[in-house]
Design a protein around this ligand. Structure first.
Ligand code: DP6
Length: 340
């Protein structure tokens, strides 16, 4: 019997960058994000004789997957089986599965599709395990366990399991399950808008997976790790207290710090472009002029996420649409991965 799940990307406020174990994606530090309510990905999984992965774009056309993508799904399935076996002492997951991905996420717009895909796949695997309730090896996974499965496919995906605001905790040691995500506040706590400004839709040269492995080569990385716990706490406090000014300060500080690490790694990773800097300068001017609650942040690409409250959304929308040559995408706080 097949199982289908739906998930969405998230936008990091305290960034995940660098692992202590790249193969298990055990992060070097905590991170924190807001789950978005769109665009979504749906994945259907079913028992199969061999692993198959098919991916479809929003217009229904089939996306051709690279050998490296298939390998990532195969490795993720093996890790998931190992982890579930460790939990249950008998794996209720089939030896092989068919994976069918239907994505509404336009590629290369700077919305983390891997977070949505692996968040979704983890939820679907949990569903597949739960469906087998009649078999002695079936089990119900907790959200924390599902977040571990998501994390092993894409670190940031662990956070997309939850709605609202979620933290990925680094944990200690080298066990697969030591790092998992937790919810900080649900999607009704503090609804915020994310106006996504995409200056260029060019595919990036170095993906996050390769990028994480370079983090330790930056002379600034050690200092970054020393600062993260303080930032993580400030960000959590700001969210719980709905203190936008505090959230803005710590989010932007962490964003520039991560890009400083990226730009000083060997080789340097320059994800931002001139357009990004022009947009962030303009947002700072707009914020000062209008005295509005607006913040910006960028992941591993030139796309600028402008996050704001209801009070500021009209102004931000007008600002974004007046920019020449940019694609604009609007989203807001969302409710996390679900089984359909
Ligand atoms: C800059 O989770 O995309 O967006 O585990 O290799 O898939 P992989 O990396 P990924 O890294 C995200 C990096 C980031 C910051 C963040 O989302 O926290």
């Amino acid at each position: 019997m097949s199982v289908t799940a739906r998930s969405t990307p998230n936008i990091a406020l305290i960034k995940y960058w660098g692992n202590r174990d790249d193969s298990l994606r055990l992060p070097a530090a905590d991170s924190l994000s807001m789950t978005l309510d769109s665009p979504s990905v749906e994945i259907t999984v079913d028992h199969a004789d061999v692993l198959t992965v098919q991916s479809f774009e929003a217009d229904g056309s089939e996306k051709s997957l690279k050998a490296k993508d298939i390998t990532r799904f195969a490795r993720h399935l093996e890790l998931t089986k190992k982890y579930v076996q460790f939990l249950a002492e008998a794996s209720p997951l089939p030896a092989n599965v068919s994976i069918t991905i239907r994505s509404q996420i336009p590629s290369s717009i700077g919305l983390a599709s891997s977070a949505a895909v692996f968040g979704c796949l983890a939820k679907a695997y949990a569903g597949l395990i739960g469906v087998a309730v009649t078999t002695p090896s079936s089990m119900t996974l907790t959200d924390e366990q599902i977040s571990v499965i998501a994390r092993m496919g894409s670190g940031s995906a662990a956070r997309s399991i939850y709605g609202g605001f979620a933290a990925l905790l680094k944990g200690d040691g080298d066990a697969m399950g030591t790092s998992h995500a937790v919810q900080i506040a649900d999607e009704n706590h503090w609804p915020l808008h994310d106006i996504v400004i995409v200056p260029t839709q060019k595919e990036k040269d170095v993906g996050s997976t390769e990028g994480h492995a370079l983090a330790w080569t930056s002379p600034h990385y050690k200092k970054r790790l020393d600062q993260i716990m303080r930032r993580q706490k400030e960000c959590t406090d700001a969210i719980l207290a709905k203190d936008f000014e505090k959230l803005q300060r710590v989010t932007e500080e962490d964003c520039w710090d991560m890009h400083n690490v990226m730009q000083t790694s060997a080789p340097p990773l320059k994800y931002l472009n001139d357009e990004t800097y022009r947009i962030t300068d303009a947002i700072e001017e707009l914020r000062e002029r209008e005295h509005l609650p607006i913040l910006y942040t960028m992941d591993a690409g030139p796309t600028v996420h402008v996050i704001c409250t209801e009070e500021a959304v009209k102004t931000v929308r007008e600002f974004a649409h007046a920019l020449q040559g940019c694609t604009i995408f609007e989203t807001k706080t969302g409710s996390g991965a679900i089984l359909l």
